[in-house]
Design a protein around this ligand. Structure first.
Ligand code: CP3
Length: 319
C-alpha cells in the first residue's frame, strides 16, 4: 500500500511537475511510477498507481487534492434527491486510463510480478462522497446512514455496482488480483457493519464471479472480522492492531490473510524491523495463504532503505 508514493525521491521529483490527478490520468507516467517502485523495492507484486477516489469524478462530485489537506470533494452528497440524481456512469470508459496503466504495467513487468488492481469498497467511497473529504468521526456519513436508510441503500447499491464494473475493467486489462479498500469501516459498530455495509461488500465481490482473487482490507476491524470473513473475499487484509494468528483463527484457515506490519515500525532501526518481520512470520507459522504486507500504507517520510530492509527480511526469513 502506497508502494509508489511520497516517501520515494523519484516519485517526489515527478510530482514537482505533474499534479496527483494528472499523474493518475497519464497512463504512461502512472505505469512508470508503478514499475519503478516495484523494481526498486523488489516486491512480489505491483499495485497499480491510481486512487480510490477517482470514480467520484465521473459521478460528478468534483475532486481535487490540496497540498497538506488531502482530498476535497466539491459537491458532497447530502440529500436523497442528490443520490437519486446521480448519473449512470460508463466507468469503463470514464476511467479507461486506469485499465491502460494496468496494460502497460503488465507488459513491462516480469510474469513473476503480478499487477494488483484496486478500488474503494462501497462504505469507504460513500463516506468520502458524503463527508466531502477525510473525516475523523464520520458524523455526516453515520447520520445519513441512520436517518435516511432508503437513500443509503440506493447510494451503496449504486457505488457497489459502479465499483464492480470498474474492477471488471481492471481485470480485463490484466490485473491478477483486485483489492477492495475499506479503510475506514473500523469506525462502525459490529451491528452497523453487518446491517449497513456487509450486504454491499458482498454484492461487489459476488459480481466479480471469482475471475481473480479478491482481497478485502480495512483498518481497526478486529471486532468485525467475524462478519468480514463472510464477505466472499479470498484474502482478508489485517492492520497491525491485531495479532495475525488470533485474527486468522477468527477468519478461518480456508481464507488467506494479508498483513500486518505496523508502517510506523519502518521508522525504527534495521534490527527492530527484522525482528518484527520474524514475529509476524512466526505468527503465520509457515501456513500457506499468508501474504506479507504492511497493516496500512507507507507513510511520507519513511526511510526508503528501511522499506528495502523489510522486503529483504521477508524474502530471507519467509523462504
Ligand atoms: O502505490 C500504491 O499503493 C497505489 C496507489 C494508491 C494511492 N492511493 C495513491 C495515492 C492506493 C492503493 C491508494 C488508495 C487510497 N486512496 C486509499 C485506501 C488506502 C488507505 O490509505 O487507506 C484512500 C483512503 C485514498 C484516498 C486518498 N488519496 C487520500 C486520503 C489521500 C491524501 C492523503 C495524503 O496523505 O495526502 C490520497 C492521495 C494519494 N493517493 C497519494 C498517493 C501516492 C499522495 C498524493 C501526493 O501528494 O502525491
Amino acid at each position: 500500500m502506497r508502494q509508489a508514493g511520497r516517501y520515494l525521491p523519484d516519485y517526489r521529483s515527478i510530482r514537482e511537475r505533474v499534479s496527483f490527478l494528472d499523474l493518475c490520468r497519464n497512463s504512461e507516467l502512472a505505469a512508470e511510477v508503478t514499475i519503478n517502485a516495484a523494481r526498486f523495492l523488489d516486491v512480489d507484486a505491483a499495485i497499480v498507481f491510481a486512487d480510490i477516489l477517482l470514480p467520484l469524478v465521473p459521478m460528478g462530485l468534483g475532486l481535487r487534492f490540496e497540498k497538506g489537506d488531502g482530498p476535497v470533494i466539491e459537491r458532497p452528497l447530502r440529500t436523497a434527491a442528490a443520490i437519486d440524481a446521480l448519473p449512470q456512469v460508463d466507468v469503463r470508459d470514464a476511467l479507461s486510463f486506469v485499465g491502460k496503466t494496468i496494460e502497460l504495467t503488465c507488459a513491462e513487468l516480469d510474469d513473476a510480478v503480478p499487477t494488483i488492481g484496486f478500488a474503494g469498497a462501497p462504505f469507504t467511497l460513500a463516506s468520502y462522497a458524503i463527508e466531502g473529504g477525510s473525516s475523523r468521526n464520520f458524523v455526516a456519513t453515520k447520520t445519513f446512514m441512520y436517518t435516511q436508510t432508503r437513500a443509503w441503500d440506493s447510494l451503496m447499491t449504486y457505488v457497489a455496482d459502479l465499483t464492480a464494473r470498474y474492477l471488471m475493467m481492471q481485470i480485463d486489462a490484466g490485473a491478477s488480483a483486485v483489492q477492495l479498500f475499506d479503510s475506514w469501516v473500523g469506525c462502525l459498530t459490529p451491528d452497523d457493519y453487518r446491517r449497513f455495509v456487509l450486504p454491499y461488500t458482498r454484492r461487489v465481490v459476488a459480481s466479480l464471479g471469482s475471475r481473480v482473487p479478491v482481497i478485502y482490507f480495512g483498518t481497526d476491524t478486529t471486532t468485525q472480522l467475524e462478519s468480514i470473513r463472510t464477505c466472499g473475499a479470498d484474502v482478508i487484509g489485517l492492520d497491525w492492531r491485531v495479532d495475525l494468528d488470533r485474527a486468522w483463527e477468527v477468519i478461518g484457515e480456508e481464507i488467506a490473510v494479508q498483513g500486518n506490519f505496523d508502517p510506523v515500525n519502518l521508522f525504527a532501526d534495521p534490527e527492530t524491523i527484522r525482528l518484527e518481520v520474524r514475529t509476524i512470520l512466526a505468527r503465520a507459522g509457515g501456513r500457506s495463504g499468508h501474504i506479507f504486507n504492511l497493516g496500512h500504507g507507507v507513510l511520507p517520510g519513511t526511510p526508503v532503505d528501511n522499506v528495502r530492509t523489510l522486503i529483504d527480511a521477508v524474502h530471507e526469513y519467509g523462504k
